[in-house]
Structures are given as C-alpha cells and as structure tokens.
Design a protein around this ligand. Structure first.
Ligand code: SF4
Length: 324
C-alpha cells in the first residue's frame, strides 16, 4: 500500500525526508557529479579517459521493465571491456517474498567486469572524513543495492560485485566532489540475516481477516483506521524517521499507554511490564512481583526520586530492610 497516502487519509500525514532546500542542494550536487557523462565521477574512480566511458540508456516502462533493462545493460557492459556508467539503474530484490525495486544513484562497471555501487550524498567530507552516523546510514543503504546486484551478477558471466561502495560527497563544504571507498561487508551480512528472518508477506496476509482492505478509494477514514488497528504493530520512536505511519502509530501507542512509545531500550528494561500504568503501579508498590528485577529497580528508582525531592517514599513497603 501507499503508506504516505494512508497516513494522509487517517489525518496524520507523514513529515519524512529532507527539507526542500536540502533536497534541491542534493539534486544540484548529484547533477554536477554526473554532468558530461559522469566525467567527475569517473575521474574519482581513476578513469583516465572519462569521455570514452559508455552511458547506456536505461529507460523502460515501469519498475519491472526498468529492472530488466538494467540487467541487460549490466550483462552487455560486463562483456564490453570498457568503463560503463549506469545512471539511476533499477534493481529488484525479493523482500519477504515480494519484489522490492531499488534505485541506486549509479553503478559503474569496470573493464574487468567488476560492478561498483556509487552513492552520492550532499553531506560534506571534511579532510577526508564525514559524519560517521551519516556514513553508516549510507553504507546500510548501499549494502542493500550490493545485495540486489549480486543476484544479477550470479547469472552474468564474468561479473562480480565490489563489497566496497564509492561514497561521493562535497569536499570541505565546497561544491567540488570527493570520494571515499566504504567497506559494506558487515552491513551486507546484517542485511542478509534480516532478510532471511522476515516473515513472508503471504503468511502475514493469511493471518489477517479476509475482508481487510486498505483501499483508500472505497474506505472511509474510520474504516481505514480499523483496518490499520487490526494489524499488530510495535511503535518505537525510531519509526518517526522511517515510516510514514509513525504519527498515527505514536498516537495509538500513547493513548494505549504502551511502554513502546518510550523507546526500545526502555521497553527492554521493563521486561514483562507493557503499559505505563502498570509500570507506575509497580513503582508505587501497588502491584508486581518484588522478585522481578524490573519491579525491584522501579521501586528503588521511585524511592530515590522521592528522597531527592525531599518527600516520603511512595510506599514504606518499597524501602529496603534497614533503610530509614
Ligand atoms: S509501528 Fe512503526 S513501522 Fe510499524 S506501521 Fe507503525 S510507524 Fe510504521
């Protein structure tokens, strides 16, 4: 489904992605890197004569057609013995039993048949290094492209995929591009493990009511909200930067008093306590097993808080023996 459209229909539109300014700046930088047949980009790869590189046309109808066109271009380029730049190729990857289509910024085919994923980002690389969290996010993203490329390489003679991707960024706050090779082997194995563990879409669908529909044309916002509610979810603050339904799910989690709304780390610390009311009651000594480490920690925290505020502990029973 189109989750952004669903979020709008539910009255909780997503605010995801870059600001308009950052988006335009990123696009302008990418256009500069790829101008004149990707001359600047190919120079960063050490290509002596960028003008001689091949830049095949990858246009085709629909994502499926574009993925097939990309696979054909990769096969042709691998046998060509020349540098080839694939600008915005389309790759397919099976995720939970369904095809997902991915569009890297570029893939370069080396004359020896190696394929390198290129990620162009607008954050700066100062003195050869960039913000580690941004580089990490780019590496995770590029690892998925590498994985998708490996499926095409497996059926392409003499092809291999680089496990180092080329990260291209503006140099020292200028508009000039600079690049760094980023090893994505670790991200690749994590992504492989995560994909292998995903429940297949058909299995998820078979567990849902047969009449369930997210059809935004025919369903009212109320029906859509009920449909979303019938699908189990586990909201966490991390959803805010990754999922279009985050505001909707946050509202649901807050109104249900779910501890997930406080973050995964807090959720993990609280063990079997799943609601904020349950947590407060356990801290006050009104419920919960005193031998449960989470309950014991909550009571100790409540006592310390009360002491710090100069008040009495919420319940004498929460005091340790010998504690005045
Ligand atoms: S729980 Fe998080 S990931 Fe799942 S639908 Fe809600 S916001 Fe999206």
């Amino acid at each position: 489904m189109d989750k952004a459209a669903l979020a709008r229909a539910l009255g909780s539109p997503a605010v995801l992605g870059q600001s308009q300014f950052a988006f335009m700046r990123g696009n302008a930088f990418e256009a500069r890197v790829k101008a004149e047949g990707g001359a600047a980009l190919l120079e960063l790869l050490g290509v002596a004569d960028p003008q001689a590189a091949l830049v095949p046309d990858l246009a085709a109808a629909g994502p499926e057609g574009r993925a097939a066109r990309t696979a054909l271009a990769l096969r042709e380029a691998t046998g060509a013995g020349a540098w080839t730049l694939l600008d915005h190729p389309m790759l397919a990857l099976e995720v939970a039993g369904s095809p997902a289509y991915l569009e890297p910024d570029a893939v370069v085919v080396h004359p020896d048949g190696r394929w390198t994923v290129v990620e162009i980002k607008s954050f700066p690389m100062v003195d050869g290094s960039a913000d580690p969290s941004k580089v990490g996010a780019a590496a995770r993203q590029a690892a998925v492209y590498v994985l998708a490329l490996e499926h095409v390489a497996a059926v392409t003679k003499d092809a291999s995929v680089d496990h180092s991707v080329l990260l291209v960024c503006p140099k020292d706050f200028s508009n000039l591009p600079t690049a760094s090779a980023v090893d994505v082997r670790k991200q690749l194995s994590v992504t492989r493990r995560q994909l292998a563990r995903l429940t297949r879409v058909e299995e998820i669908a078979s567990a849902l009511p047969a009449e369930l529909s997210f059809d935004m044309e025919s369903r009212s916002p109320g029906d859509l909200a009920s449909a979303v509610e019938s699908v189990p979810s586990a909201y966490a603050p991390e959803c805010l930067s990754a999922c279009e339904l985050a505001f909707h799910c946050r509202e649901r989690a807050r109104s249900a008093g779910a501890v997930e709304a406080l973050g995964r780390a807090v959720r993990g610390e609280l063990g079997g306590l799943s609601a904020v009311a349950e947590v407060l009651s356990a801290a006050r000594g009104e419920s919960g097993d005193p031998d449960d480490p989470a309950v014991a920690a909550l009571r100790r925290a409540a006592r310390l808080r009360a002491e710090a505020l100069g008040a009495k502990a919420p319940d004498a029973a929460v005091r340790r023996p010998g504690c005045r």
